[in-house]
Ligand binder design. Sequence first.
Ligand code: PLP
Length: 425
Amino acid sequence: MPLDTSIEHARSLDADDPLRTFRDRFWIPQSSGKQQTYLVGNSLGLQPKNVAALVTEELEKWQTLGVRGHFESDRPWLPYHELLTPTMAKIVGAQDDEVVVMNTLTVNLHLMMATFYRPTKTRNKILIESHAFPSDFQAVESQIQLHGFDPKEAIVTVPHGAESDLLSDDAICDLIEKHRDSLALVLLPGVQYYTGQFLNLQRITATAHRYNISVGFDLAHAVGNVPLQLHDWDVDFAVWCNYKYLNSGPGAVGGCFIHERHATDKSLPRMAGWWGHDKASRFQMENRFDPIPTAEGWQLSNPPIFSLAAILASLQVFDDAGGMGPLREKSLKLTGYFESMLKESLGDRINIITPQTSSQRGCQLSIEIATGDVQGKEIHKQLEESGIDTDWREPNVIRAAPVPLYNSFEDVHLFVMTLKQIVDP
Ligand SMILES: *Cc1c(COP(=O)(O)O)cnc(C)c1O
């Protein structure tokens, strides 16, 4: 049956969507009094309306209680981060003792490498993808240098010619086999930021573990987007930011997963700080370090409470939506509709570089536009002028991410129709 490309059909899909009311729980950005069509939740998630109340609560506590805010009220600051753990653990498929909300992504990546990248003369290589996010590459390169090795020799990259090429799970596993005696760490994305490809994290982890190689994942584009089972997949560590699909605000505190097998091991070397020290004796101010035997044992400092309050508000929305199960269910429909609409309306004027198989992607589609006259960047600009927020990535891709919590089938319809008009006036 041909796809019904009418607006009425999009609206009927929205009417059938059990999560449709969640859109009202977010502030949708406006320009000239009109709501934007916001398809950049992969870059900065929208603000849930309950954020202001929870952040204000902490501002007021600071006003009225001062330092006593650490211990008094319903949500004392001292254990505030613990409030975030249960929902965050569910979102990444972890146990509570494996997850901690702290720092930001790149900082956590360094902390994790301090523990899990322990190079020796013969085993000192790190496997990453050749188009890794710059911060990940820079973190890896500098860690290798810190240990006195040469990045030119110690970085093994999974080749993919152009940015738009997909990674092959086979190629990754073959490369691990090939370098099995010299690799110390495999560090890959959960969902690749440029193409939107969701890698087979379980298979990659199992392959690396066969040769005692540690495995870490950067989940910046995976968390809150695709289903994860970090504990069962036996991943060693993972890091993520909370401002993309987790809607917790610009520069929000990030998240970190450390598998129970390691998290409970107090003998593991690490960068230490007082917030990772045993809670019972933390305030005795002794100069010894007794790590908390959970992921919290990697904390350094007391965290910024206002950011944690925004994360708490956002996680409440995830809980109310029923967690990743219902969200993924809607996401598959929404992005499936998006893909069909693009193909039906634009045919070979566009090339979707994101995998066609829904189990190999999240909500984002990355679109190359095969036009003679109108260049991709110009198209992106015209979309913006029409009130549609997408994201432009050099050299040649428009990324658009319909987020199941706040995007509608009508949003997708409007985007595709506007794009069609720009490309094919
Ligand atoms: C967004 C993103 C980051 C951001 O790092 P910060 O330390 O939070 O600034 C890092 N890596 C990837 C893959 C990302 O998508």
